[in-house]
Design a protein around this ligand. Sequence first.
Ligand code: PMP
Length: 422
Amino acid sequence: MLYMLSTLSLSFAPQLVSRPCTSSSCVTMMAGESYLSKVPMGPPDAILGIAQDFVASTAPGKVNVAIGAYRDAEGKPWVLPSVRAAEAKLLERGVNKEYAGIVGLPGFLEVAMRFAYGADCAALDEGRIAATQTLSGTGACRIAGEFYKRYLPEGTAVYLPDPTWGNHVAIMQEAGLEVKRYRYCDRKTCGLDCAGLLDDIAKAPDGSIFLLHACAHNPTGVDPSEAQWDEISAAILKKGHHVLLDCAYQGFASGDAEKDAFAIRKFLKDGHSLLLAQSFAKNFGLYGERVGSLSVACKDKEECGRVLSQIKRIIRPMYSSPPIHGALIVNEVLSDEALSKQYYKECTQMADRILKMRSLLREAIEAQGSEHNWERITDQIGMFAFTGMTGKMCDELTAEHNIFLTRDGRISLAGINAKNEP
Ligand code: PMP
């Protein structure tokens, strides 16, 4: 791996995009033929397919740096002790398993919104944030896409950063939106291409949708500075664009969930047409519980009621209502002062271990005598390091060194520990 990194040419792999064939026209049948015999084999998912390959591999010392899931210093999944304590309290109280309402549990939504927008958020006090529980961040983005498709003028395109989390493209296409890209990452430095981003905001037709990662951009780990967020916000306001903030890593970027909420709170304050997709998968380690939210900043309470009524109409025929266990846990943790304090410490602990792995990886590569500037590994934040390796180099790493990573050169730092560090 070190060899690959140190001989790296700074070219970028193409975007991870897998587009399933959804049109019924892709199946042509003869009379009497089973339609299932004509269903084509789909490609493996660009990220989850690699996880399957990792599990199937029998190579000793195999390393999984493909998946964005936290691992402890022993390489094991970690259930936060505050989450375990909350579960114990729920069991003790004997909570029932009744359905939640269409938009989920009100207690969860209250704490989730305060977590994102701030304990003292005036818009929440005014009751003008329309919020629904969702199937984690993915579900939030999907409902957001559907909402935009129904209520923005026909032909409104969604602009995604280049690069972005691979699933964003498919999510927005499945919602029926045209997907366009805006420049995000400087190809030479792996830093933010702020001038390119601002230029693309200015050139997009007025009233377009811009999806921005609220913090810890996936896959680059490159976030705008506070001054750059100011510029981005002003440029978007000038064009009357709509903003979807995708927040999958609050707390993971800096270790401080309050600090990582900077862009969310700023965009609300600046008065944007704003939707927020929130996930509790990473920061609470509740991956499989599928707990998240979608919220919409409205003008007033009356508008909020109308918006929420339409969000309910999207959700009801799709999955009726969300799962409750993860939402009960988040509610239990964040509404209990002692558990909440404990949780914030544990979140910092995860972020700190990842920061340590960044330094370790950089030191190890530099110790090999690489001529490249590897500051990017320690400059980037969040779960991932964006190395700039090509797809071919990534394939070689997997085939020859049993290191499993996505083909865009992204490495999950959470998969590294002192034992498997290269
Ligand atoms: N947005 C981004 C940017 C992500 O990286 C992820 C997870 N990889 C998600 C959304 C959604 O994750 P989940 O559905 O597990 O909350």
